[in-house]
Design a binder for this molecule. Sequence first.
Ligand code: SAH
Ligand code: SF4
Ligand code: F3S
Length: 465
Amino acid sequence: MPTTVGTRPQPISQHSRPKTVYIKTYGCQMNVYDSIRMNDALAKDGYSEVSNMEDADLVLLNTCHIREKAAEKVYSELGRIRKLKNRRKHTMRPLTLGVTGCVAQAEGEEIIRREPAVDLVVGPQTYHRLPDIVARASNGSAVVETEYAVEDKFDYLPAPDSKRTRSRGVTAFLTVQEGCDKFCTFCVVPYTRGTEVSRSARQIINEAKALCDAGVREITLLGQNVNAWHGDGIGDEEWGLGRLLQELSQISGLARLRYVTSHPRDMDEALIAAHREIDILMPYLHLPVQAGSDAILKAMNRKHTAAEYISLIKRIRQTRPDIALSGDFIVGFPGETDADFEATLDLVDKVEYAQAYSFKYSPRPGTPGADLENQVEEAVKSERLARLQALLNQQQVNFNQSFVGKSMDVLLEKPGREDGQIIGRSPWLQSVIVDASSGRIGDIIKVEITEAGPNSLQAVRSLDA
Ligand code: SAH
Ligand code: SF4
Ligand code: F3S
């Protein structure tokens, strides 16, 4: 930049103070990852992250549209922030308010109509333009950017910064694939995240190396359909996720790999084999099935039967016998009868999940399911959800208790609630409370499990202190 000679001293204005940003994240892990990338992009533009909304010049809500409740939460939060914004209106610190993420993509300008305090609305595909959008919005004109950008945002977002990565801990997310072409009839994701796009292997490997250089020990690859990832490998070879995992497993310093979320139809042989071949690939698989009745699976457009799912699980378990399975379920999809619901319970009985999420069907505007006439009554949905959750919780308790008295490797992640305790993770994604000193964060140690609760394990004895 050329130096200007003889400029007059500038009056001290709000711009001479470092700008601050607070991002509140809703929804899935991809939003967590996106919030980090947005913070990094804004840091390049002089924004520092604060942990309190009151201290921020810029507040962004990174939102989720998956169920009605998730979307409505955003509007009640916006109402609260409007009051803060009004209080700050005529001060030296006006507040800029933005909505990003899937509600932004789905509702666009409608957000500003419903809540005029909002200054900017930005969909997930244009985060790389955020500093520019914020600058425009801070000047008083509302900005809505929900077009899919022609350029690839990942080519423009800054690479992970090593100091900032280090401060975030020893585990990290890395988006490898975004969007979805599957159009399950209940789901908004194909509309909010767009069509399925895979990042290049080169870009992913570079980002993973940068994370590991900054001290990350565990990387979880993310995608709405992560196992649909495919890309150009070395030479003319087309790679799938199994091959990509092989390559990533060679990165020095990396101790654990995971990936989420997978679709049963994209679980190919190479990926299943990766669970046997790659020792740092953790024995845990989130493989949502949603329902156990073939009629409902068909109506949901899942494109597989319950029997096909069960036989897939069998093959995966033959390849990696200690693998833990996790899933997602929806109860009360339109037309679901008592017999259909019993088929879901039956499938859960057969699979035995280590952990699972379950939801009442929420009709989403614009999806085919919302227009079906045979919607299930709320009371029936609630009753089914309670029964399903009781079964899933029991399976989770059984799974956790099966480890009492056994030893396992735990990656020490962060300080626990009490002095001398560290929270770690088992290979099967359980939280483990370990008696260890904070200096050991980032280490993998062998412990003996002494107690098991529904949500965590306890280990007082480190076997290799
Ligand atoms: N890509 C993943 C799911 C992403 S959404 C997959 O294919 O499985 C995460 C979960 O939210 C879904 O698995 C589903 O169980 C739930 N979900 C999605 N849409 C929903 C809706 N309309 N009502 C209730 N739950 C829903
Ligand atoms: Fe949604 Fe189905 Fe795509 Fe998963 S596979 S993101 S549930 S449309
Ligand atoms: Fe929600 Fe969007 Fe994730 S709708 S679940 S934040 S992809």
